[in-house]
Structure formats: structure tokens, C-alpha cells
Write a protein that binds this ligand. Sequence first.
Ligand code: FES
Ligand code: FES
Length: 171
Amino acid sequence: MSKEQAAERLTAPVTELHVNGNRVTVCAEPSKRLLHVLRDDLLLTGTKRSCEIGRCGACMVLLDGRPVNACLAMLYQCSGSAVITVEGVAPQKSGELDPIQQAFLEEGGYQCGYCTPGMVISVKALLDFSPEPTDAEIVEALSGNICRCTGYGGILRAVRRAVELRRAERS
Ligand code: FES
Ligand code: FES
């Protein structure tokens, strides 16, 4: 930790939030971006940093169940809220993948993988709300997520596969 970071923690106000089911207390400026809180203060580096202007979706997290770009959310806006990052999507004790992650793996829905955490979060937001989406709904749900590698075919197949896996889990 740098001297500047240590000083910030000593003097900054405290904000409480729930991250991946755990209550956490963050000492940081209220205007600090959630993306930086997650990565730098909580060491949850699955949430990716890329454009930082809300264009690419690499930093997508769920905030009280809704997908948001963590690079645009300020800490004070998250006070008391429930944040789910990609680290919190799968059951944490069993070590198993979530069906959405499993589907990306099976269908080759990634290449370098940098966009994948954000994609997984957006797909979770979609399927939690609409378990049997149409292709048009899938495309719409992923319209804020940019992939620079795969060409999207594998990603669409992965979402359809995730729908099947989640359907099988429900039955
Ligand atoms: S890093 Fe947040 S949208 Fe690109
Ligand atoms: S897999 Fe590389 S950016 Fe999407």
C-alpha cells in the first residue's frame, strides 16, 4: 500500500456495503469510483478496468440486482447496497462454476477473456429477470458489453447454453 493510500484510509469517511454476501466497510472518499474500490481496496480484480467511461462493460457488476458500470458508480451511491461481482456469481464454498460461467467455457464464449466477467454479470442480470430470453433480448442485454476478440457468435451460443443449464437446474 502506498503512503497516499494509507493516508486516504486514515482520513476518509467510512462507507458500508455488502459485497458478494459479505458486509464490508470501506474507508475511502465518497466520490471514489466503485470500480477502484473493488479492485484497489477489496482486491476483487475480476471486475475489469478498461474504458472507464461507461462504454465497454468490462467493469459490469450487479448493484441491488441491476447491472451497472462500476466505473461510473461512486462509492456514496452504493452505500448500504448489495454488490455482486464476478467472484460472487458462483457458490463460493463448493468451487463449482455458475451455469453461466460453465456455458461460456463449453461454448468458447471468450478468447482473451478480458470482457468475460462483465459479460457473465450482464447475462446473470438478464437470466435472473428473464430465464427464457429471445435472441433479441440477449442481444439487447449485451449491448453494453464490448468484446474485441470473439466476434460474438460464441458468446450468443454461451448464453443459449446457459439458459439450458439453468433450466435443467430448475427442473
Ligand atoms: S471500464 Fe467501465 S464501462 Fe468500460
Ligand atoms: S474475449 Fe477478448 S475482449 Fe472479449
